[in-house]
Design a protein around this ligand. Structure first.
Ligand SMILES: [Zn+2]
Length: 303
């Protein structure tokens, strides 16, 4: 079966699994060497039966108190083995080597290592703030703020369930809001944009309806606080003012009062100390920030 037919087959079958469709397409099309994901045993069967050219190497791991299978999927079996061994190694593993195997841009791997340090605990808001601060422009192709499912830790599991509840009616699976899967060093990282572009065109060609929703959602201004605390706006940023018509899904876990004010407003101004919500020219609410990082706007909209 040629690649094009395999990709079409994947469009039909992969949405039945928990895999990220565009990542699987990229592995099939050899745009991505290997992907690592939690996979259920019946999903492994489905993939093995339908895509015999994909090798799946799995490790049993305990997450929370559940036993899960973490698997590497690749057309290259030895690559899948190497990647999963590093990923699942007890002492954290050689992330630099793993980054190379996953074909992540060197600049992004290095920046990840700088923040990661000895502890594996990432300060996500800080990493995102630094990447944002060093960017001239945020490119939607590398907007990875909605792609958090691989970063959810045990202590986030309640938030995650709440998030799922809020978004049970969204048009596509929540995992699909991404063109890249890594943390980019900046939001204008050229190497990451290149990867994002490839995945975007793959999705556009084979699943145009899904691509449209993903692109629409990712190319928006986002008010970001934390992993599960952000707001996506249908709007635009002009001279430091965010003008918006409405907020769009997926929805995150914003405090009720703040959310109510955002919903009744149509402009937001953010500085280092506060977030001001306005309806036209009149102020509705001022949120006092605890720090510079406590709420900032990343504008992924296209000019
Ligand atoms: Zn980079």
């Amino acid at each position: 079966m040629n690649i094009s037919n395999q990709l079409k087959k994947a469009i039909n079958l992969i949405p039945r699994t928990n895999l990220v469709l565009q990542e699987f397409l990229a592995v099939l099309a050899e745009k991505k060497p290997v992907m690592i994901y939690v996979v259920k045993s019946d999903e492994i069967k489905l993939i093995k039966n339908n895509f015999p050219q994909i090798n799946i190497v799995c490790h049993n791991q305990i997450i929370g108190n559940k036993k899960v299978l973490i698997c590497a999927l690749s057309k290259d079996k030895s690559l899948a083995k190497k990647a999963i061994n590093i990923f699942c190694s007890k002492n954290g593993g050689d992330f630099k080597l793993l980054g190379d195997l996953m074909r992540y841009p060197k600049c992004c791997v290095e920046s990840h290592l700088r923040y990661c340090g000895q502890s594996k605990q990432l300060d996500l808001p800080l990493i995102i703030y630094q990447a944002y601060k060093s960017s001239k422009k945020c490119n939607f192709l590398i907007n990875n703020l909605l792609n958090f499912s691989t970063r959810v830790s045990d202590k986030d599991s309640n938030d995650f369930l709440h998030y799922l509840q809020l978004n049970k009616n969204i048009a596509i699976p929540y995992r699909y809001f991404q063109f890249i899967s890594h943390n980019s060093c900046r939001y204008d990282c050229k190497e990451s944009i290149k990867i994002g572009k490839e995945i975007n065109s793959l999705l556009k060609e084979y699943a145009p309806k899904i691509e449209k929703i993903v692109k629409y959602t990712l190319s928006k201004p986002i008010l970001f606080f934390d992993l599960f605390k952000l707001v996506i706006f249908d709007g635009y940023l002009k001279k430091g003012i965010l003008y918006y018509k409405k907020i769009i899904p997926p929805f995150f876990l914003i405090d009720d009062l703040l959310m109510e004010k955002i919903k009744s407003g149509n402009r937001i101004i953010v500085d280092n100390k506060k977030i001001e919500i306005l309806r036209d020219d009149s102020t509705l609410f001022i949120y006092q920030k605890k720090s510079e990082i406590d709420g900032f706007i990343l504008d992924f909209s296209e000019d």
